[in-house]
Design a protein around this ligand. Structure first.
Ligand code: R5P
Length: 295
């Protein structure tokens, strides 16, 4: 098995290779003046299993193009199995046609990955597992959807949030709160969230939750603009929670997200290294290394 860290995930790829005691083979990469990527990979891949590690946060189009270039080149050089670890897979939120004429971007992404030769795709906390499984059926790719929630919950348990109440920002994500609760044991619930499909504006109804004087944690797959998480944090503070942490697998943190969370009164922001960002406190590398041993 050869570990190939792509330009977006050099540190994570190296960590995984170290844990598995494999050599890592970073790609040579640069940008042409017009913004196109140049990619050169380790070519001795005949009959090998290549594990290509590339997240697709911040500049998702470029990161995906680089991923396609790496996987196709690995295929060209005779790799017999290509596993792509894409801890944050972009374009997964558009997994249904909410309005006529819309693109199913998750479907397009899987189609392109299949075409470039990958057989296995490892992701973390995909936005909607049900849609993924429906779309996956049309492709010859096996998608392994791992979760960072137990890693986040265990960290919080050891850092003053034992027995905290776990919440998800909407009913569809209740599985995140349930998973966390199985580690934290403080109960779980969800908010009622509605997003305007045209404007993206969020409406969040905060029902009565049993959080007065308690610590609470909101778990989400993604924090992007921070709007969803800020509303949830604010709601919990208004209901008397003593401390509120915001935890997510993928921190995209668009401009202003941190300020929104601070203004809402967040006490702790916790995330992983599925994306490269200044808030990362914990790594998914051990979970991935253990999983790769079984593949
Ligand atoms: C959407 O349903 C996701 O699970 C997240 O809640 C959402 O992507 C967060 O976006 P934002 O931070 O922009 O509110």
């Amino acid at each position: 098995m050869l570990i190939i860290p792509g330009p977006a995930s050099i540190e994570l790829g190296n960590k995984i290779a170290n844990l598995l005691e494999y050599k890592s083979y970073p790609v040579e990469h640069r940008l042409f003046p017009d913004g196109e990527s140049y990619i050169k990979i380790h070519p001795e891949l005949k009959d090998e299993t290549a594990v290509i590690v590339q997240t697709t946060a911040s500049d998702p189009d470029r990161r995906l193009m680089q991923l396609f270039m790496m996987t196709k080149t690995a295929k060209d050089y005779g790799a017999n199995r290509i596993i792509s670890l894409v801890p944050y897979l972009a374009y997964t939120r558009q997994d249904k046609r909410f309005q006529k004429g819309e693109t199913l971007s998750l479907d397009v992404t899987l189609a392109l990955l299949e075409k470039t030769g990958i057989s296995d795709l490892i992701v973390f906390d995909i936005h909607n597992e049900k849609s993924l499984r429906l779309i996956e059926k049309d492709h010859k790719i096996k998608v392994h959807n791992l979760s960072a929630i137990p890693i986040l919950a265990n960290y919080l348990k050891k850092n003053n949030y034992e027995n905290a109440y776990s919440l998800s920002p909407d009913k569809g994500a209740i599985h995140l709160a349930k998973k966390a609760d199985s580690v934290l044991n403080g109960g779980h619930g969800y908010f009622e969230k509605q997003r305007d499909k045209k404007t993206g504006e969020i409406e969040m109804a905060v029902k009565d939750l049993d959080v007065e004087g308690k610590k609470a944690i909101v778990f989400d797959d993604i924090i992007s603009s921070g709007g969803t998480m800020a509303k949830a944090v604010q709601g919990l503070k208004n209901q008397g929670a003593s401390k509120v942490a915001a935890a997510c697998s993928h921190a995209l943190f668009m401009k202003g997200a941190e300020e929104k969370l601070i203004k809402a009164g967040v006490d702790l922001i916790l995330t992983t290294d599925t994306t490269v960002n200044p808030y990362t406190q914990i790594s998914i590398s051990e979970t991935v290394a253990e999983y790769l041993k079984k593949l």
